[in-house]
Design a protein around this ligand. Structure first.
Ligand code: BES
Ligand code: MN
Ligand code: ZN
Length: 491
């Protein structure tokens, strides 16, 4: 993944070898039509397009030879040009970056775009250009060569504006990088190393609780979940507090670096993919970094609750009773409902500082995927916080769906021996909402709080689409940064 250089020109450059010209195709009244721009398309007669299998299907790309050994890349915009939304331009940008990797330079002329649409296109290109090869042997890697993009547009972006777009997309891409790491490499202590390395040169303060400090300060949830692993748990607090900040946003992330289920062990098939269980923490971490890089006038505190959930002779047992940071006791009936235990500590700690808004982000329940599929995050919480997050997601172009927190579901977590149980054995109804009800216990009612269950969209098991790659997706970073932006501009 190289850093991309963008330039803007009111007219297209001349055709030359290896230069790819991206044009849009739509299909008003059932005949293919190219977007009107400044690229010479005289060699593309209309009937030829159909014969060449060019399609207006959204995101489809057909490459055709152009004069002087240049190439046309015709990208489908759907039937009607006027139905292409701002978010669609972000997706188109992603498809362009993913499909034109073998070119170093691309000219993009999708007709007249306004500044917001152009920004979405740039974001999409930067997100779509993400690649993760892990430990693949180098000879099997076809890395993107894309380096220069000329956007044919009357719009201009200053170097500062481009840097800001990049700060945001970089945070999303770094979230993917962290989340895609295998769990033998990323564990609580190595996650902490990533954090301390990344904040160098940024006005961000990091505090780390190791297992001793966690015990001393009463973080019984993080400790209990982490105690089955030879790699001990950590809590990380990361603070960005610019001078004059009036509002305070707290982000609490579930950071289970691997979730075996603990003694309530997961079956083999369900354990695969549980490296993604630290996505919430990675998301909160990178959102704080982006907010700091953008210099938003708001205080942000990230709370990363890091533990590895393993079965062993030192692991917590079903039937254990633990004490959370805020003093409440929890009867642990299923050690696989561990996310809520670490978040209970994180939420308690966040609430002590009385921020203006707390948002927690977690791959909390498989039930979230049953309810909402794999593209929508579930949003729960106090209504003003839910509205703020909903609005931020719409502005950022991310998918989430507000869900209720029915009061009667709280009573099923009543325990005979503790203040609350972490599950009700045998209950499958409303699993995502029960998770939300549990977390609600650890936030005082007067603090606006929202809970994002990202079990579905955190990772993409299918093939890439739009700007979303296979594997880790980096969802909700853009929404959280947008929420911070809105908070900092509303008095
Ligand atoms: N990390 C899982 C949730 C999950 C499942 C995320 C599938 C992504 C895909 C979580 O810790 C978990 O195991 N939840 C249990 C809760 C249950 C025991 C109440 C679940 O969903 O089965
Ligand atoms: Mn679990
Ligand atoms: Zn989990």
């Amino acid at each position: 993944m190289t850093s991309l250089k963008f330039s803007f020109s009111p007219s297209a450059p001349a055709f030359k070898k290896d230069l790819v010209f991206v044009l849009g195709v739509h299909e008003p009244s059932n005949s293919l039509q190219l977007t009107k721009g400044t690229v010479d398309t005289s060699s593309l007669a209309k009937q030829q397009l159909e014969q060449l299998d060019v399609s207006a299907k959204f995101e489809s790309i057909t490459k055709i030879a152009a004069p002087n050994s240049a190439v046309y890349a015709l990208i489908g915009l759907g039937k009607e040009l006027k139905k292409v939304t701002t978010d669609n331009y972000r997706e188109l940008g992603g498809a362009i970056a993913r499909n034109l990797k073998l070119f170093t330079e691309a000219v993009i002329d999708l007709g007249k775009l306004d500044k917001v649409q152009t920004q979405a296109l740039i974001e999409g290109i930067q997100l779509g250009n993400y690649e993760f090869f892990g430990k693949k042997s180098t000879n099997s890697i076809k890395a993107s060569k894309l380096a220069k993009l000329v956007i044919v547009s009357a719009q201009k972006f200053s170097a500062t504006e481009l840097r800001q777009i990049e700060a945001l997309t970089e945070a999303v891409n770094q979230t993917k990088n962290l989340v895609n790491l295998p769990p033998n490499e990323i564990y609580p202590a190595s996650f902490v190393k990533q954090v301390t390395a990344a904040v160098k040169n940024l006005p961000v303060k990091v505090t780390v609780w190791d297992e001793k400090a966690l015990a001393k300060d009463g973080f019984g949830g993080i400790l209990a979940v982490g105690m089955g692993s030879s790699r001990p748990p950590r809590l990380v607090k990361i603070v960005y507090q610019p001078k004059g900040a009036k509002k305070h946003l707290a982000l609490v992330g579930k950071g289970i670096t691997f979730d075996t289920g603990g003694l309530s062990l997961k079956p083999a098939e369900s354990m695969v993919g549980m490296k993604y269980d630290m996505t919430g923490a990675a998301t909160c971490f990178q959102s704080v970094l982006a907010i700091a890089k953008l210099g938003l006038p708001i205080k942000v505190t990230g709370w990363l609750c890091l533990a590895e959930n393993m079965p062993s002779g030192t692991a917590q047992r079903p039937d254990d009773v633990i004490r959370i940071r805020n003093g409440k006791t929890v009867e642990v009936l299923n050690t696989d409902a561990e996310g809520r235990l670490v978040l209970a500590d994180g939420l308690s700690a966040a609430a002590e500082e009385k921020p203006d808004l707390i948002v927690d982000v977690a791959t909390l329940t498989g039930a979230a995927t049953i309810a909402l599929g794999n593209r929508y995050a579930g949003l729960m919480g106090e209504s003003s916080a839910v509205n703020d997050l909903d609005a931020a997601a719409k502005l950022a172009g991310e998918l989430l769906w507000p869900m209720p927190l029915p009061e009667e579901l709280r009573t099923i977590l009543n325990s005979d021996v503790a203040d609350i149980a972490n599950v009700k054995i045998g209950n499958r109804a409303g699993g995502m909402l029960v998770g939300g009800q549990f977390l609600r216990e650890f936030v005082p009612l007067e603090i606006p709080w929202a809970h994002l269950d990202i079990a579905g969209p955190a990772a993409n098991a299918g093939s890439a689409y739009g700007y979303t790659p296979k594997g880790a997706t980096g969802v909700m970073v853009r929404t959280l940064v947008m929420a911070a932006k809105s908070m900092s501009s509303n008095k």
